[in-house]
Ligand binder design. Structure first.
Ligand code: ADP
Length: 163
C-alpha cells in the first residue's frame, strides 16, 4: 500500500495545492495532507486549526484523503504514521533547488521514504499562498486563486485586521 504525506504550510490552501492534492490522490492509496506547525512562521495568517478546517472542507469529496498536522521532522512523522512517500508540488525552477535538497536530506534520514514531485498545472505556475495574501490584503480579486469555499474566510481575516 502506498501511503503518502503531502506536507506544507497551507496558509491558506490555494487552487495550486488543491490541484496537487487531487492529482496525488489518484496515484496513491492514502494521502495525508499535513499542516506543518512551523515555529518560525509566527506571522501566519491562519492558525493551524483554521488551516486544517479549510483543508478538510476542500477535500471532503476525495475519499482517500485525510488531513492532519505535525511538528518537528517530517521523517519522524512519516515513521509515526507509516507513510512511505512524500508528495511535493513543483512550480518554477526556483522551487527545485530547495525541494531537491529537502528530498535528499529526508532520504538520508529515512532510506525507504521516496519523494514524488508533481509539476504544477500551468495556470498555477505563479501561485503561492503569499502572493494570494498580498492580493487579498489590497482588495484584489482572488477568485481564481483559492477554493470558493474558503475565499470569504480570507477576506474576513483581512477585514478584521484592518479594523
Ligand atoms: P512551503 O513548503 O514553502 O511552506 P506551501 O506550504 O505553500 O509551501 O506548499 C506546500 C507544497 O505545495 C510545496 O511542495 C509547494 O511547492 C507546493 N505548492 C505550493 N503552491 C503550488 C502551486 N501553485 N502549484 C504546485 N505546487 C504548489
Amino acid at each position: 500500500m502506498i501511503k503518502a504525506i503531502y506536507p506544507g504550510s497551507f496558509d491558506p490552501v490555494t487552487n495550486g495545492h488543491l490541484d496537487i492534492i487531487k492529482r496525488a490522490a489518484k496515484l496513491v492509496d492514502r494521502l495525508i495532507v499535513s499542516v506543518l506547525e512551523n515555529p518560525h512562521k509566527s506571522y501566519a495568517l491562519f492558525t493551524v486549526e483554521e488551516r486544517i478546517a479549510h483543508l478538510k472542507q476542500v477535500t471532503k469529496d476525495i475519499g482517500n484523503v485525510e488531513v492532519s498536522s505535525f511538528k518537528g521532522l517530517l521523517v519522524d512523522y512519516a515513521k509515526q504514521i507509516d507513510a512511505n512517500v512524500v508528495i511535493r508540488g513543483l512550480r518554477a525552477v526556483t522551487d527545485f533547488e530547495s525541494e531537491f535538497q529537502m528530498a535528499l536530506t529526508n532520504r538520508s534520514l529515512m532510506q525507504e521514504l521516496e519523494t514524488l514531485f508533481i509539476p504544477t498545472s500551468i495556470e498555477y505556475l505563479y501561485l503561492s499562498s503569499s502572493t494570494l495574501k498580498e492580493v487579498a490584503m489590497f482588495g484584489g480579486n482572488i477568485c481564481s486563486m483559492i477554493p470558493c469555499d474558503i475565499k470569504q474566510d480570507v477576506l474576513d481575516k483581512f477585514a478584521k485586521q484592518g479594523e
